[in-house]
Design a protein around this ligand. Structure first.
Ligand code: M6R
Length: 608
């Protein structure tokens, strides 16, 4: 949530900062701003709305300099107005700050600062922080930042500049990611590697409680209590091309179409077909503990939570390990029972989701073996787990998660097969499943080929404000995911349910022409799903079904059919989700919605 980019070096940096902001816009996009030291004073430009509004403003009223800070905001404290946009200056106008996160004790600090004579222009917690820094400032910026952060409760990733130190940036983090891209006599601080990769692939990842002082001549990393720390330079593992549209109209569409490759990348090197084994190197150092797991708790949010629900089916079915799936936000406050043998798996695309991170910490603190299934390399969740596996599905930019979901399913299937092999799954069964997993990319291609047909069907329902998504067993979580995709990007109300639950209330919603999406693929519950279809049909509802391709009979029962190739039931969610992603996408485009930047949302939810 929110994006920070800051630069110091030898180049005029206005364009560098603007381009960086555009790469971070998916993290928050309700207002934006930039500050630079110009002729001894801090010059600031801020605009409500998208980065393009800031760009226009800077076009009319330019900023020039070689050191600057910039921010794109997702509002927490205060409305998304120009006044509340970052950077914020202290009341002397000599210190500027951009901030991600939340200062929890800002009200008390504000009252105290006011009693000390400080005045405020915005409603934000961030302006309180910059004035606190200013309060402690006596010529040494690092010292002032350390003292101010010592008083703060909450989370932050910050970058600070001062008119007194025109070529210096001081950045610090606690609970909100920040990294430093290291070039030749130039440095880029950002909350996300995508704003850095254009300039350098060498980076230093700050850990919680660390800060960095940067000038064009070099940088030094310190703890917040002023001890020098030596940090390794790490390689950012993705390329610029991966974060560009590459001819697609939207990142979401690009990422849906990338799935044959991203799934392949998740599988790469992890399948030993001959032995009937999954190879999960990242879990090697906990293999002993894992083999003795008595109970698994999966914790996650949103789409990752839906992947976890599929994981529950996989782990119980293939490995016979009792598994529960918990919303991360509920888990941590529930006084959870963690007994010896409990393994907690946090699933997160970004690796920065605040609730998931907090749940992970809670689990660790209670003695669980804490594992992670994460996409973003070097992210906080990845760093804090006892062990974990990366998805390697490449950067996901669209706010609606698509390719991360399929890769999460692949990873959970590999894990279930591996744990199953230690328990109830024989070699032949494992070989068969692994063989089918390896064939998934080609089968996803076949589903993607129906994109145009799905677009045409979506056109028929653009005016509909209410949808139901129904599935059973392995495909009940996919129904939830289909509904989430549709609502978050098209703003149509959609509810996902286990199909049989419909009769217990939601059936009252069905009226003439209301669209209901059924996942009606062949498998153990097909006949039951067919009965549920009839129940909707009898009430005049319109039915869109995802069915197995050789099922000619389904056409008699439903209005529209999207097909998937034959696949064993445990792996079917990997295919059934694809038409639902496309349906959501085409509906959102048809309704003229901002597909990659839906209202009120941000890619990575780093506040609780
Ligand atoms: O980065 P994470 O996987 O931890 O994110 C979890 C959710 O915030 C995320 O899946 C969200 O629900 C997406 N917008 C869904 O498309």
């Amino acid at each position: 949530m929110c994006g920070i980019v800051a630069y110091t070096g030898h180049k005029a940096c206005t364009r560098i900062l603007l381009e960086g902001l555009k790469r971070l816009e998916y993290r928050g996009y309700d207002s934006a701003g930039m500050a630079m030291v110009q002729e001894g004073v801090l010059a600031v430009r801020r605009a409500a709305g998208r980065i393009s509004a800031l760009e226009q403003l800077i076009g009319e009223d330019p900023l020039e300099g070689v050191t600057g800070i910039a921010h794109t905001r997702w509002a927490t404290h205060g409305a998304p107005t120009k006044k509340n946009a970052h950077p914020h200056l202290d009341d002397t106008g000599r210190i500027g700050l951009v901030h991600n996160g939340i200062i929890e004790n800002y009200t008390a600090l504000k009252t105290w600062l006011q009693s000390q004579g400080k005045s405020f222009r915005s409603e934000t917690d961030s302006e309180v922080l910059v004035n606190l820094i200013s309060h402690f400032y006596q010529g040494n910026l690092v010292d002032a930042v350390q003292k101010a952060l010592g008083e703060v409760k909450g989370t932050y990733g910050i970058a600070v500049v001062s008119a007194d130190h025109p070529n210096t940036i001081v950045a610090a983090r606690k609970g909100s990611p920040l990294l430093l891209g290291v070039g030749e006599n130039e440095y880029v601080v950002a909350s996300d590697a995508s704003a850095i990769v254009e300039h350098t692939t060498s980076a230093v990842y700050l850990d919680d409680g660390e800060m960095v002082e940067i000038t064009p001549e070099g940088f030094r990393t310190l703890t917040l209590d002023n001890n020098l720390v030596s940090k390794e330079l790490e390689n950012i593992e993705f390329s610029l091309q991966q974060i560009e549209l590459d001819g697609y109209e939207h990142f979401m569409l690009k990422e849906i179409f990338e799935q044959p490759v991203s799934v392949q990348n998740t599988l790469r090197g992890r399948v030993d077909l001959e032995a009937g084994q999954a190879i999960l190197g990242g879990l090697q150092n906990v293999a002993g503990q894992l083999s003795k797991a008595k109970r698994i708790i999966i914790t996650a949010c949103g789409t990752a939570w839906h992947a976890g629900l599929v994981g529950e089916f996989l782990l119980e079915h293939l490995a016979r390990i009792p598994t529960e799936v918990e919303y991360a936000s509920e888990f941590r406050y529930r006084n959870p029972i963690i007994e010896p043998g409990t393994v907690v798996i946090a699933i997160s695309q970004s690796g920065e989701t605040a609730d998931t991170l907090a749940a992970l910490r809670e689990a660790k603190q209670r003695g669980a073996l804490a594992l992670g299934i994460v996409n973003v390399v070097g992210s906080t969740i990845a760093r804090e787990t006892n062990a974990g596996v990366y998805l390697h599905c490449g950067p996901e930019i669209g706010v609606a998660s698509t390719k991360a979901f399929s890769s999460q399913l692949v990873m959970l299937a590999l894990l279930a097969i591996e744990l199953g092999r230690q328990r109830s799954l024989d070699q032949q069964q494992a070989r068969e499943l692994l063989g089918h997993l390896s064939g998934i990319p080609g089968k996803i291609e076949k589903v993607l080929a129906q994109s145009d047909q799905i677009r045409q069907v979506a056109q028929l329902y653009l005016q509909r404000e209410h949808w139901l998504f129904l599935g059973r067993g392995y495909n009940y979580p996919v129904a939830l995911e289909g509904a989430l995709k549709l609502k978050e990007i098209s703003y149509s109300h959609a509810e996902g349910l286990p199909a049989a639950e419909m009769k217990h209330g939601p059936i009252a919603l069905i009226n003439e022409g209301m669209p209901t999406v059924f996942i009606a693929t062949s498998g153990s519950q097909y006949e039951k799903v067919l009965s549920n279809i009839e129940e909707v049909r009898a009430r005049g509802g319109k039915i869109l079904a995802v069915a197995t391709e050789n099922n000619a009979q389904i056409h008699k029962h439903v209005d529209h059919v999207f097909t998937i190739p034959e696949i064993p039931e445990p792996l079917s969610p990997l295919l059934t989700v694809v038409p639902l992603q496309l349906l959501a996408y085409h509906t959102a485009v048809g309704r003229d919605c901002a597909v990659d930047k839906p209202r009120n949302l941000a890619k990575s939810v780093t506040v609780e």
